[in-house]
Ligand binder design. Structure first.
Ligand SMILES: NC(=O)c1ccc[n+]([C@@H]2O[C@H](COP(=O)([O-])OP(=O)(O)OC[C@H]3O[C@@H](n4cnc5c(N)ncnc54)[C@H](OP(=O)(O)O)[C@@H]3O)[C@@H](O)[C@H]2O)c1
Length: 224
């Protein structure tokens, strides 16, 4: 039984991950932005009020896990953003970067001591952060923050590999969550639980021999 910590677990893909690992019999901690009250009924441990853009909130979260080994750490919290050429809100873009790019770094930094040999870190970024896959432009803030998150993951790979802790960058697919609600054909998007099951399979395959990789939940290797 692994201890799995899922960050950003109030809803969406992260909530799917909590359920996938719980169903496998793992010990799951849901780190939530809000109170996470619904998780108690499902037997999931909750660490509430964890805004990953806040140093003090992330430190409080880490204090609650002090001395507790973490086998799998999944950084999922993130938001989408639309922006328009000529009408950028740079303060909003900085806040967005703080969440999508610095959020996972803040969390991994705070839980570094909890990750023992054999531990794994998964960061959910997005294909939109791929530089060579960018064939349509736009979405400046989202693309730039997710590209930075991909860079973070490769850096973490180098940071942790001598400790026997492995890192993978993950794309969840196009998933029917609140983030994408309202998009054309939303009903046909991948369900959060299906995406989560695929993400868990990629984490299962992650090990000592895995180079820095960016994987779709369906297993496809994605370009940086
Ligand atoms: N859906 C897709 O098609 C898709 C595609 C590619 C990548 N992704 C990535 O997958 C991840 C999850 O997305 P999703 O589709 O599941 O979105 P979602 O349903 O909107 O869920 C996002 C989660 O992040 C939490 N969150 C937002 N700001 C936070 C903060 N400052 N600190 C901690 N948690 C925070 C949200 O909490 P609240 O509920 O309170 O807001 C929510 O639980 C994101 O990183 C996203 O970029 C999604």
């Amino acid at each position: 039984m692994a201890h799995v910590v899922v960050v950003g677990a109030d809803r969406g893909i992260a909530a799917g991950l909590v359920r996938v690992y719980k169903a496998r019999g793992d010990d799951v901690t849901a780190v939530c932005l809000h109170d996470g009250a619904d998780w108690h009924a499902e037997g999931v441990q909750v660490i509430a009020d964890t805004d990953v853009t806040s140093d003090s909130a992330v430190q409080r979260m880490a204090q609650q896990l002090a001395g507790v080994p973490v086998d799998i750490l999944l950084c999922v919290a993130g938001v989408g953003a639309t922006d328009r050429w000529g009408r950028f809100d740079f303060d909003a873009m900085l806040a967005h970067y703080n969440l999508n790019a610095l959020g996972p770094l803040r969390v991994v930094n705070a839980l570094s001591d909890n990750l023992a040999e054999g531990g794994k870190i998964g960061i959910v970024t997005s294909r939109m952060g791929s530089i060579s896959d960018n064939q349509s432009g736009h979405m400046y803030s989202y693309r730039m923050s997710k590209a930075a998150a991909n860079m973070l993951g490769v850096n973490l790979h180098h940071q942790f590999r001598s400790r026997g802790v492995y890192v993978m960058l993950l794309h969840p697919g196009t998933v029917a969550t609140d983030m994408t609600r309202g998009a054309k054909s939303w009903d046909s998007f991948t369900r959060p639980e299906e995406s989560a099951a695929g993400l868990a399979r990629q984490m299962d395959a992650l090990g000592a021999d895995t180079p820095p990789e960016f994987r779709h939940q369906d297993g496809t290797l994605l370009p940086w």
